[in-house]
Design a protein. Sequence first.
Length: 272
Amino acid sequence: MARSLLYSVDASQNGRTGGLMQPSIQQAVILAAGLGSRLRKDERDYLKPLYPLRGQPLIAYVMQALAENRVAEFHVVVGFEKDELVPGLRGALPEGARLHLIDNQDYMLANGISLLKARGHVEGRFYLSMSDHLFPPEMVATLAAGSRDADCLYLAVDRKLDAIFDMDDATKVRTEDGRIVDIDKGLTDFDAVDTGLFTCPDTVFEHLQSAAERQDGNCSLSDGVRDMAAAGLARVVDIGDAFWQDVDTPDMYGHAESWLASRLASGRAAAE
């Protein structure tokens, strides 16, 4: 995939914390198993990860932002209409990167099960992203720089609450001293919003498994994060002024498209 004007980041500082060089994360898990029914017009419409935005599929933006932060191994969890989806994933893969497919036949269950399917496929720390979230590589770099403790999960959060496009749909987070206290869409007492971008230790799978066992074999990502938070192992990194958007509905798609058009126009003007 050709580099877009949207994506320009100096990744030389990726992994630097407090003047100490930490090993950079070079693998990512992307969840792409769901139906995407809120965005698709009908069953003949594009699969959600392949939904075109300014000429490129949504998941291509996710992959490129991660690739510009040294990610070379992409583990994509597929399920719904996987045979139709996979060729599009291969076409969206950044140059030089490797694609690993993980099959989730239980894609009707919650998204925590999709991540749990990656157990045994990844070892060590990894990025976790949804396939339908738009964010710039600068946000990935910010998250990487703030992920200081190798044993902890870190969630990139947005504290610009007045700027959230659809707060009712957002997953809310309550934090204290940089640690996650609670996370859920239904929270009324919160100070940040979940952007859907994480750095995770591979011990996250143990916490997801524990959460699933308590809930008849099903669990969301938020359930797993709460389990890690109870152990003091879930923290946040503030994305500052960075823009991001969950593209889950036509209205969200329009908002993301408007921002992307503005970014591209600004990039072209700066280059002239």
